[in-house]
Design a protein around this ligand. Structure first.
Ligand SMILES: Cc1cc2nc3c(=O)[nH]c(=O)nc-3n(C[C@H](O)[C@H](O)[C@H](O)COP(=O)(O)OP(=O)(O)OC[C@H]3O[C@@H](n4cnc5c(N)ncnc54)[C@H](O)[C@@H]3O)c2cc1C
Length: 394
């Protein structure tokens, strides 16, 4: 219910974080949502073209452990966790179900555009004023300047939320071009880095080049102190998939200092000792596939990244099965990344996600420096930060 104490709130950025904040705040305040694109939620719809994991069924510490920085998200997710997302979507008329991997999807038959429309309808019902094709081109502590193609104008606010997104898939509007506006206001920004993206591996003249498109299932990848289980797909440029994406950001950091490698365990359910015990005096390279239940792509991968000696020596072959070192040449371009880190650094933010230098401006969604993995955690993080800032403004 709007009262005399209702504030005049501006939200800039019509992605999931901005829309969540608009829905929560318009229950009690006058909210205007500005989006530079022709439509809202373009990246949300891109997510819909893939798996469209709206959240993940993990809760409590298991959920927050997937986020960096962990201390901050432990607090944020206490206000709005994956159960809250499910209830919230249900109230918006979007029932969900939990897939076998723990990912939360809209119920079968519900299209991504219908989920987006449910958010839009709720905003319209709660009298959110939505301004499309309005780009924020400047701001200060009390007003924002917009360009709506025909004119420039400034709008005053009591409180404002920026939910401008990260810096990948720029076609969706998440282009990170807003950083200079922060710098103009003496707010530092950190360089955007790709996260959740593929890695580049040189397959030139290697047997593995014959297996593009083949998934390496049930593998375990180790990089520094990080261990990820899952699947990696052999792609034209290298490797992608849920066992690769969580490592991308850390790999990128190390690549800046020089070349680096990941270690793949193709048989994570067997110890090296167990695998060696399967060898007999008659085991030869031609039997490896049979003895260890390996497909052609797995054998080609080992051949591609070991020397001949390793391949013909069964003990050395087993060691390679457990610890195959793959040199990484680079990360795929940031433009292709599912998410990015960087943007507004934590040092510029108060604990309630307001800017230290302009505390009546709050930041939500992918535009500040946090990271998580794929599987619904990104949207959960965006919804939760949108809700968290709304709660603090309320
Ligand atoms: C291919 C792909 C698949 C994905 N799949 C999933 C998935 O299945 N599950 C999941 O959890 N996550 C997924 N994601 C990630 C998820 O879509 C993003 O994390 C999420 O959309 C970020 O939300 P946001 O509100 O922070 O920003 P965005 O959705 O990026 O929205 C920011 C908005 O701000 C607007 N904006 C920017 N600058 C200005 C300005 N100056 N003035 C006005 N408006 C401006 C932009 O136009 C944009 O609409 C996927 C991402 C990609 C690329």
């Amino acid at each position: 219910m709007k009262t005399e104490n209702s504030k005049n709130i501006i939200i800039v950025g019509g992605g999931p974080a901005g829309m969540m904040a608009a829905i929560e705040l318009s229950k009690t305040h006058k909210v205007s949502l500005f989006e530079k694109g022709k439509t809202l939620g373009r990246k949300f719809l891109v997510a819909g073209k893939g798996g469209f994991n709206l959240s993940n069924s993990l809760i409590d510490k298991e959920l927050s452990s997937k986020y960096t920085p962990n201390y901050l998200f432990t607090n944020i997710l206490k206000s709005f966790d994956s159960k809250a997302t499910v209830t919230w979507l249900e109230e918006l008329g979007i029932p969900t179900y939990v897939g076998s991997s723990g990912r939360i999807f809209p119920e079968k038959g519900i299209k991504p555009i219908e989920v987006l429309n449910a958010l839009k309808q709720r905003m319209i019902k709660q009298n959110v004023s939505i301004y499309l094709e309005h780009e924020m081109i400047d701001f200060n502590k009390s007003s924002i300047t917009f360009n709506n193609k025909t004119s420039k104008f400034s709008k005053e606010f009591d409180t404002c939320i920026f939910a401008l997104g990260g810096a990948s898939w720029s076609i969706t509007g998440s282009d990170g071009l807003w950083t200079h506006l922060m710098q103009k206001n003496n707010i530092k920004t950190s360089t955007f880095e790709p996260s959740n993206c593929g890695i580049i591996v040189n397959y030139n003249n290697k047997p593995i080049a014959q297996h593009i498109g083949t998934p390496l299932k049930n593998i375990r990848i180790t990089f520094q102190d990080k261990i990820v289980k899952g699947e990696a797909v052999i792609s034209t440029y290298g490797l992608e998939g849920n066992a690769i994406y969580p490592l991308a950001n850390a790999i990128g950091t190390l690549l800046k200092k020089g070349q680096t490698t990941i270690s793949i365990d193709l048989k994570p359910f067997n110890t090296e000792k167990e695998l060696i015990s399967k060898l007999t005096s008659t085991t030869q390279p031609k039997n490896y596939g049979y003895v260890y239940n390996l497909n052609k792509a797995q054998i080609a991968l080992i051949k591609s990244f070991t020397d001949k000696e390793t391949y013909i020596n069964p003990i050395r072959f087993v060691k390679a099965l457990k610890r195959l070192a793959i040199p990484i040449e680079g990360l795929r371009p940031i433009e292709e990344a599912i998410s990015t880190t960087g943007g507004v650094p934590l040092e510029e933010l108060n604990a309630d996600l307001s800017l230290k230098k302009i505390p009546n401006i709050f930041i939500a969604g992918e535009m500040f420096d946090w990271d998580t993995i794929t599987g619904g955690f990104l949207l959960q993080g965006c919804f939760a930060t949108g809700y968290f800032v709304a709660k603090h403004i309320n």
